[in-house]
Ligand binder design. Sequence first.
Ligand SMILES: NC(=O)c1ccc[n+]([C@@H]2O[C@H](COP(=O)([O-])OP(=O)(O)OC[C@H]3O[C@@H](n4cnc5c(N)ncnc54)[C@H](O)[C@@H]3O)[C@@H](O)[C@H]2O)c1
Length: 294
Amino acid sequence: MQAVKKICVVGAGVMGHQIALCAAMAGYEAFCMDKDTAMLDKARKLVEDYLAGRVKKGRMEEEFAGQALARITFTSSLEEGAREADLVIESITEDLELKRQLFAELDRLTPPHAILVTNTSNFVSSKIASATSRPDKVCNLHFFNPPLVVKVVEVVKGPHVSEHTINQVMEISKSMDKIPILIKKEIEGFVVNRIMDAMMDEAAHLYDLGVASYEDIDLAIRHALGQPLGPFRLMDIIGIDLLYRARMNRYRETGNPAYKPSPAVVEKFVRGEWGRKTGKGFYEYQPGNNNGQP
Ligand SMILES: NC(=O)c1ccc[n+]([C@@H]2O[C@H](COP(=O)([O-])OP(=O)(O)OC[C@H]3O[C@@H](n4cnc5c(N)ncnc54)[C@H](O)[C@@H]3O)[C@@H](O)[C@H]2O)c1
């Protein structure tokens, strides 16, 4: 098995900069690449602030923080990030065509042994792998937000992916202090989001039927099932616009009416009440109150 030394994360947004930091903290030579230099500046500041905060709270040795920071290179050059990379983690904007273009370029720029993974929440990797000449080395490695906190990652084995690639990605994930879950077949939404979607769907259905208020359903799920957030609060935080669009896309793709968003979600979407980002969803939000609780 090729020793993995250099990991390049492409896309330095909400997810990417934290994934790069996970890699650097695990001892890898990490590259955090973004085409937008303003995003790179922001990412570097977020990484520095995170490490300084951990040190200040006594949760991390100053020396460890300094070494982790020194192991990350922030770059706007894909060539620099991809050159000699053993693993590339793509975490760019959720757009299939953009991702396919990027993977074709990565295929050209990275060494032949390099594994290319995608952090997409929505696309199975066979839709992306065919843009490369190495589909056996392309798979999904799905992190959860925030990647520095959530330990679980999903590793999805499409029909084109080799056992060797899957084993390596599972091992690298463990070395990054993650708990990799192997998804043995390609399926949209993978496992965690499908189960979360099912819970949100049922909650919305019960609310639509007038069985209980959304506040009571959230209370029940939090206290009876030990979830940190109820499904309606979760919808507000994820963004009702995102949920609506994801559902409509899946409905259009499959023609299956079961994927249609629920009337409660449609109503919120049409009113522009998209959750925390618009100040109102099922709940109301004041500026600066983002702790997700009433
Ligand atoms: N946000 C979440 O909660 C979450 C959770 C799990 C997975 N994801 C997935 O992670 C990916 C990134 O999501 P995000 O929320 O971090 O997005 P984001 O919009 O915060 O960041 C995306 C970044 O990609 C950069 N970018 C776009 N095209 C690029 C290119 N060709 N080369 C280099 N950089 C490019 C953009 O400049 C931007 O900084 C998506 O595929 C998304 O589905 C997101």
